[in-house]
Design a protein around this ligand. Structure first.
Ligand code: 3MF
Ligand code: MG
Length: 354
């Protein structure tokens, strides 16, 4: 095979991000923390040395207990965090309203059956936008965690979609610059969610009052939990110019949301996600490659980060694999419709076998 020239060190073209929750103490629904607490704000100093420059936030990651604070106190704390980020050379990528914790959102936030609880959700969303604006951050992420139902008969789904659209329009009106990035997920914590795939998110974007400012964030594991191929989901969003960010990770079959290391369950699937991102020039407009990966509970240490650096380096190895893939041979095999040969060639390429 005749290989085209490969540049093995183009990692500078990609910028990486993660959220503070990705350095965790190992608690899961069945057991408590297994590692000592690593203070939240000490995490900022780890980003750059680990090769990351984007920070993803929940609103209360920026301002703990923001519900109990006055607008002035919220702004004061936000400006402290902004200074900490500037001192470390970090960029805030997005802020997400954590609408799945509070007691008011047990039955959903924007789609709750209770008008009082929906008002709470809107109030919290405004606070989140205020924090994003004060951080000089251009996007909020809506992971619509509890916008779904535990039993389908409990809510009117058509009304729920109308409420989601109304909220999106309210956000667009509240701030004339902010972008909304919807992170779809089909289930967990609900039984069934209302915006399970990027197709649903893109439809909401087009139905909104400013489609240009409504985009998507695709997480590998979430696409897999919907029984879909993550690279095709990314390609769909890219075809609509609506892939604002990604949460790369992996998932071993249809079970709880695992947030495994990128490529850890399906290396070929990971290769295809990188291939789709590369081919579309993802990142060239400043988009970050986000890693939403969880450290194994068995891992020892104080501030464990190997899952992040390993996932990042796996991504970069796969970038090399994409760039060194023989496109001429690929074109010939596609032309000849010899997909048996194409599959073997891909697998050998991934294994480093000539
Ligand atoms: C849930 C997730 C979340 C979101 C985050 C930002 C823990 O399945 O993936 O990460 O990405 O809350 O919206
Ligand atoms: Mg995620």
């Amino acid at each position: 095979m005749c290989f085209t020239a490969v540049n093995m060190s183009q990692d500078t073209t990609y910028r990486f991000s993660f959220g503070p929750w990705n350095i965790s103490e190992g608690a899961d629904p069945f057991g408590p923390e297994v590692r000592p607490l690593f203070p939240h704000e000490s995490k900022f100093a780890l980003y750059r040395p680990l090769g990351f420059e984007g920070v993803q936030f929940h609103d209360d990651d920026v301002v703990p207990e923001l519900e109990t604070l006055t607008p002035d106190q919220i702004l004061k704390k936000t400006s402290e965090v902004r200074t900490m980020l500037e001192n470390q050379g970090l960029t805030p990528e997005f802020v997400a309203p954590r609408l799945w914790f509070p007691a008011q959102t047990v039955d959903g936030a924007y789609t709750s059956n209770s008008a009082i609880d929906r008002a709470y959700a809107w109030d919290r969303t405004q606070k989140c936008i205020d924090v994003a604006r004060a951080l000089n951050c251009k996007a909020i992420v809506l992971w619509l965690a509890r916008e779904g139902s535990y039993i389908r008969e409990s809510k009117n789904a058509r009304v729920a979609y109308q409420r989601l659209l109304e909220t999106i329009n309210q956000i667009l009106q509240y701030d004339s610059d902010i972008e909304i990035w919807i992170e779809p997920k089909p289930n967990e914590p609900t039984d069934q969610a209302y915006v399970p795939t990027i197709g649903h998110a893109v439809a909401m974007a087009y139905a909104s009052n400013d489609p240009k400012r409504v985009k998507g964030l695709i997480e590998t594991a979430h696409a897999l939990l919907a029984g879909l191929d993550a690279s095709d989901e990314m390609a769909f969003a890219l075809a609509h110019n609506k892939l604002a960010s990604v949460h790369l990770n992996d998932q071993n079959g249809l079970k709880y949301d695992q947030d495994k290391n990128f490529g850890g369950a399906n290396l070929r699937g990971a290769f295809n996600q990188v291939r789709v991102l590369e081919e579309a020039g993802f990142g060239s407009k400043g988009e970050f490659v986000g890693l939403d990966v969880k450290a194994m509970r068995t891992q020892k240490g104080h501030g464990v980060t190997a899952h992040l650096t390993n996932s990042r380096s796996l991504f970069l190895h796969l970038v090399d694999k994409v760039r060194s893939w023989d496109r001429q041979a690929e074109a010939q095999m596609i032309e000849a419709r010899d997909y048996e040969a194409l599959e073997l060639a891909i697998l050998k390429h991934l294994m480093g076998v000539k």
